[in-house]
Write a protein that binds this ligand. Structure first.
Ligand SMILES: C[S@@+](CC[C@H](N)C(=O)[O-])C[C@H]1O[C@@H](n2cnc3c(N)ncnc32)[C@H](O)[C@@H]1O
Length: 402
C-alpha cells in the first residue's frame, strides 16, 4: 500500500477504535474520556485528520462562519433544544443549507451529531446532538468549544512544520508564525481570551477537576503560578474558606482576570491578590508572608523544554526562599506522568506530548524525568498521586526541608 494509503488506513482504524470506545462510554460517559478521545482525533497529523475528520467541526462549532470573535452559538448549541433539519439550522446560523447539510453529513458519519428518528416537513433528515457533540455546547461544563478554537489557532500550521523540526529543532509553531505561542497570544487578544477559556475547562468537567482532588487543608496561601483566569484558584478558595490565594500570570492575562474577578468573584477578592509578571524572570513570582505557602503549577512545566522548565522551578524556589516560612512551603505540579514503557501508555498522553512540542516546544515527562528536574532545581523527592483524569499531582518540598 502507498504511504498515503497506509496513513489513511491507520487514521481510519484509529477512528473506528475511537468510535467503538465512544459507543462503549456513552451510557455512563465521562466527558473527560470523550474529551481525551476528541483530542486523540484532533492531535493526529493534519493529513490523517483531514482524511477522517475535516476541520469542519470548527466550522460546525460556529467559529468559521461567524468569525472567531463572534459570540454566536454553534450548531451544537442550536441543537440543544432538540433535533433540527439542515435548513432550520442554516436559517438559525445564517449559513447555506446545502453546504451545511454536506458538512453535517460527514460529521454524522464520523460520529459527531446523529440523525434523529422522523423527518422534517420536506422529508429531509433531522440532526440531533449525541454525547460527543454535546461537549461542543458552550454551556457544557467540560466544553470543548474553546479548546476546538485553540486547535484552530495553533495546530494546523504548526503540524506542517513537524518534519522540518525533527532536523532543525525549531518549535513548529515558531516556524509557522515567526513567534512563540505566548507572543502570538499577546498580539491577538481575541485568541488569548479563547485560550484562557479553553484552559479553564481543559479538565473535561467537574467530575475530573483537580480542585475536587487536591486537599488544601494543610496550606495557608496558595500561589497559582501561570494560573490564567484563576478558575482553578477560585474553585479551591470556594472549597477551602480558610485559604488565601495569589493569582500570578502574564500582565495582560492578569488585567483581564482582575476585571472578571471583580464582576463574577468579588466575594473572593478579600482573600485573593492578582499580580502580573513573568515566571521566567528572577524575583517576579510573589513570595508569601503568611504560613504554610503552596506554589501550584498546573499545565505549566509541560509547556517548556528542560532548560526553561528548570529556570521556572528555580524561580519558584527563589520565591519560596524569600517567603517567611520557606521550610513549610509545598510545590504542587499538576501535569502528566508518562509510563516508562510507552507501549502501554494511553495514546492521548503521547499525542499531547507531541502537541506540546508542536505548539510550544514543551514535553510530557516520565517519573524519572520529573525526579531529575526537581532534584536539579533544589527540591526533594516528589510524592506523586494519579488523578481521576489524565494527570498526576506531584508534591515536593525544598531539598532538606522536613
Ligand atoms: C497551559 S496554560 C495553563 C493555565 C493554568 N495553569 C491552567 O491550568 O488552566 C499556561 C499559562 O502560562 C502562562 N504563561 C506563559 N508564559 C508565562 C510567563 N512567562 N510568566 C507567567 N505566566 C506565563 C500563560 O499565560 C497561561 O495562562
Amino acid at each position: 500500500m502507498a504511504r498515503g494509503g497506509r496513513l489513511i488506513a491507520v487514521g481510519v482504524s484509529g477512528l473506528l477504535v475511537g468510535l467503538a470506545l465512544n459507543q462503549a462510554f456513552v451510557p455512563q460517559y465521562e466527558s473527560g474520556i470523550l474529551n481525551g478521545w476528541v483530542h486523540n482525533v484532533y492531535l493526529v497529523p493534519p493529513f490523517v485528520r483531514e482524511a477522517i475528520r475535516p476541520q469542519h467541526i470548527q466550522y460546525l462549532d460556529g467559529t468559521r462562519h461567524s468569525g472567531p470573535q463572534s459570540s454566536r452559538a454553534g450548531i451544537a448549541d442550536h441543537l440543544a433544544g432538540g433535533p433540527k433539519s439542515a435548513r432550520d439550522l442554516a436559517r438559525a446560523t445564517c449559513t447555506d443549507s446545502q453546504l451545511l447539510f454536506r458538512l453535517l453529513r460527514v460529521a454524522v458519519n464520523a460520529g459527531v451529531f446523529r440523525v434523529s428518528k422522523g423527518a422534517s416537513d420536506d422529508g429531509s433528515p433531522l440532526f440531533a446532538n449525541n454525547a460527543l457533540s454535546d461537549l461542543m455546547r458552550t454551556d457544557h461544563p467540560g466544553a470543548l468549544h474553546h479548546g476546538l478554537q485553540t486547535t484552530g489557532i495553533d495546530s494546523v500550521a504548526s503540524w506542517q512544520h513537524l518534519a522540518a523540526s525533527l532536523r532543525s529543532g525549531t518549535v513548529p509553531f515558531q516556524a509557522a508564525y515567526g513567534q512563540s505561542l505566548w507572543e502570538h497570544l499577546a498580539a491577538h487578544p481575541d485568541q488569548d481570551v479563547t485560550f484562557t477559556r479553553a484552559m479553564a475547562v481543559s479538565e473535561g468537567g467537574p467530575a475530573l477537576s483537580i480542585a475536587s482532588q487536591l486537599d488544601c487543608s494543610e496550606f495557608g496561601t496558595l500561589v497559582d503560578v501561570g494560573g490564567a483566569s484563576g478558575s482553578l484558584l477560585a474553585d479551591l478558595l470556594e472549597r477551602h474558606p480558610h485559604l488565601h490565594g495569589i493569582l500570578f500570570d502574564l500582565p495582560q492575562v492578569c488585567e483581564r482576570s482582575k476585571e472578571a474577578w471583580a464582576a463574577h468573584k468579588a466575594h473572593l477578592l478579600n482573600r485573593t491578590r492578582i499580580t502580573g509578571g513573568s515566571f521566567m524572570e528572577a524575583d517576579s513570582i510573589p513570595a508569601v508572608q503568611t504560613d504554610r505557602p503552596a506554589y501550584l503549577l498546573r499545565f505549566i512545566l509541560h509547556d517548556w523544554e528542560t532548560s526553561s522548565a528548570l529556570a521556572i522551578l528555580k524561580n519558584v524556589r527563589q520565591a519560596i526562599l524569600t517567603s517567611r516560612h520557606p521550610q513549610e512551603a509545598t510545590l504542587i505540579i499538576v501535569d502528566q506522568v508518562l509510563k516508562d514503557d510507552f507501549r502501554w501508555e494511553l495514546p492521548y498522553k503521547l499525542l499531547m506530548d507531541i502537541n506540546m512540542w508542536t505548539s510550544v516546544g514543551g514535553q510530557e515527562r516520565t517519573l524519572s524525568e520529573w525526579q531529575a528536574l526537581l532534584a536539579e532545581a533544589g527540591f526533594g523527592q516528589p510524592v506523586v498521586k494519579a488523578t481521576q483524569g489524565y494527570n498526576s499531582i506531584i508534591k515536593a518540598k525544598l531539598q532538606g526541608a522536613l
